[in-house]
Design a protein around this ligand. Structure first.
Ligand code: CTP
Ligand code: MG
Length: 574
């Protein structure tokens, strides 16, 4: 989900100041390592190790249930940057044992504190005071977003704010280029990029906590509701700073899963009827959007975008710095999140390649945070998955194959769309493919540099090119709503840019002056090489300049492609 330009810019500046201070208690680290199931996967292409790891994988639902439960025992506290940590903890511990806490900065210092049980949380909230006000009026809505107040002055001065900071957003691209240039192989560059960009344990917890705070607002009307994150916040491909897509789930009371008694008397709730499910979604979101706007502490810039194909409420959650999109009745998107998560867990190369391609695309403006004719991260991810299905032997299975492996409990039909696929990772056998990340990256660019976009559609369901069913420059079949094109928004210009950059990147990776470490003089910035070169401003517009470089024999195909590109550029200019 994307933001308007002005909204995006406002949030970008606020995100720039976000810093995460992490403070786990030593005794907690073991327990946290167990919980951290999907954020820090091991690296490598050892097929046996990968298989073993896969069998130990938790389903997305398992991870979500665990995180949700943690979030419900947590509070978000705004505190002074010089808060005396010891005293702060001592004060909180009076209410109950604390499982985990960490500090971060976003418009000031915040702490996320998770109690070991709900009693601790309830006791803390019971003791919290109502702010006294003299001039302003105040909305009397209590939430788990609190402020630490201190009447004494001594604490504020005797503690240096010395915690180690971790950025909550990604490092600037120039810094990343330098960091990658110090690595010794392209393989290492790729894995290093993933580690720098992926969501941290704390960032993930904060995302679930924000959902849980939102749920408290929605629960005023719908006590049985849940609010779950979906999209890149949980599918394993999220980059620090990505938006927070949320799904208001009222399935428990929707009538969809209602069980009718077979005989005898029974009572049922009288419920108002509406013209369509879409109309119900719109009215729910409209009301919840108003509540978030009027009562939600820290929720600003609320926009109700109810006429979109998928109606949503968009806002910024200031204390976390997240840009939030709240949807309802969006169960297919939840399924595609689950599918992406599964693919990411099947083989570590999937996540590494997706992170690398997403980062490369962002560096060249192929993707954007502003809505428009750009390729989206979701489309790019599907393109990477398709490419990995097309390897020989394939690295990941087709969606049809995953459907064939499904058990009775996996059956899922949503609005007439078959969303069934296997949930038991252990049932999935993968052929042995040991291609390196370097090779895969190079081949990815070559694959799309020469793909017949004019005729063919990309389908991860079939794992094969399909004839394009409609005239769109780029056709990527929606995995579940198969009549839809995920990249309907993309225009010819954007597709051409993507292809040109794939051609260029493929060519660059085959040059020995690009694909070998350059080293660097001590104390000086290292010379960019390998993946770092690919993230630098594109040379596509200035191919002529590169003629002076000594060229190694590159693949004839890529050379001729570059030639044709050069000719097209010259043709356009004349
Ligand atoms: N989605 C979908 N069909 C689309 C667009 C999105 O099913 N045409 C689903 C996908 O599950 C996607 C999620 O909605 O992951 C959220 O969409 P979006 O925020 O656009 O993508 P993300 O994957 O979250 O990526 P980003 O980090 O750019 O937000
Ligand atoms: Mg998203």
């Amino acid at each position: 989900m994307r933001l308007s330009a002005s909204f995006g810019a406002a949030m970008a500046s606020s995100l720039a100041v976000c810093r995460l201070h992490m403070k786990g208690r030593g005794s907690l680290s073991k327990c946290l390592q167990k919980v951290d199931t999907f954020l820090h996967r091991t690296i490598g292409t050892n097929v046996v190790a990968v298989q073993e790891e896969r069998e130990g994988c938790k389903s997305l639902y398992g991870v979500q249930a665990e995180r949700q439960e943690q979030a419900e025992r947590s509070v978000l506290i705004s505190c002074h940057s010089r808060t005396n940590e010891k005293k702060f903890l001592k004060y909180l511990s009076r209410h109950g044992d604390i499982n985990k806490y960490f500090f971060y900065e976003s418009y000031g210092m915040y702490a996320v504190v998770e109690f070991a049980n709900r009693e601790g949380l309830v006791s803390l909230l019971e003791e919290a005071a109502i702010p006294s006000i003299s001039h302003e009026s105040m909305v009397p809505f209590k939430s788990r977003l609190l402020s630490l107040r201190n009447l004494g002055s001594a604490d504020a001065s005797n503690q240096q704010s010395g915690q180690q900071c971790q950025p909550q957003t990604t490092i600037p691209i120039n810094e990343l280029i330098q960091r990658l240039s110090r690595e010794e192989s392209i393989e290492q560059q790729i894995t290093s990029l993933t580690h720098v960009y992926q969501l941290t344990e704390e960032n993930s917890r904060l995302r679930f906590l924000v959902c849980s705070l939102l749920k408290d607002i929605a629960a005023a009307y719908f006590p049985e509701c849940t609010i779950n994150p979906f999209g890149s916040s949980v599918n394993g491909f999220g980059k620090l700073g990505c938006d927070l897509d949320m799904f208001l789930d009222l399935d428990g009371i929707s009538g969809r899963n209602a069980k009718m008694p077979k005989s005898g008397l029974w009572l049922e709730y009288q419920m108002k009827r509406a013209n369509s499910e879409r109309a119900v979604t719109q009215s729910l979101l409209s009301v919840i959007g108003d509540c978030v706007d009027q009562f939600g502490p820290g929720c600003v810039g609320v926009q109700k975008i109810l006429n979109a194909r998928c109606p949503l409420v968009r806002f910024a959650h200031q204390p976390s710095g997240f840009q939030c999109d709240l949807t309802a009745n969006n169960r297919v998107a939840m399924k595609s999140t689950e599918l992406l998560y599964l693919y990411g867990e099947l083989d570590p190369r999937v996540r590494h390649l997706v992170f690398t391609v997403r980062c490369w695309a962002r560096a060249h403006g192929i993707t954007s945070s502003i809505p428009g004719a750009w390729i989206t991260n979701f489309s790019l991810t599907v393109m990477v998955l398709f490419f990995l299905q097309r390897r020989s032997p394939s690295i990941i299975p087709t969606l049809d194959h995953l459907r064939d492996l499904a058990g009775p409990g996996d059956k899922s039909v949503i609005e007439g769309n078959d969303c069934t696929f296997v949930s038991d990772f252990g049932k999935i056998q993968l052929p042995s493919n040991a291609e390196t990340l370097e090779k895969l990256l190079c081949e990815f660019f070559e694959f799309y540099a020469t793909f017949a976009f004019n005729k063919m559609s990309i389908s991860i369901r079939k794992g094969k090119e399909q004839n394009k069913p409609e005239v769109a420059p780029l056709h990527i079949q929606n995995p579940f709503e198969t009549s839809l094109n995920v990249s309907k928004n993309v225009n010819v210009t954007q597709l051409d840019r993507f292809v040109a950059l794939c051609q260029e990147s493929s060519w660059l990776l085959q040059q020995s002056d690009t694909n070998t470490p350059r080293g660097g003089n001590a104390g000086k910035a290292p010379t960019p090489w390998g993946l770092a070169t690919l993230l630098m401003p594109s040379q596509v517009a200035g191919i002529k300049g590169r003629k002076k470089r000594r060229r190694e024999p590159a693949s004839e195909r890529i050379k001729s492609l570059l030639e044709s590109l050069k000719n097209t550029n010259q043709h356009k200019k004349s």
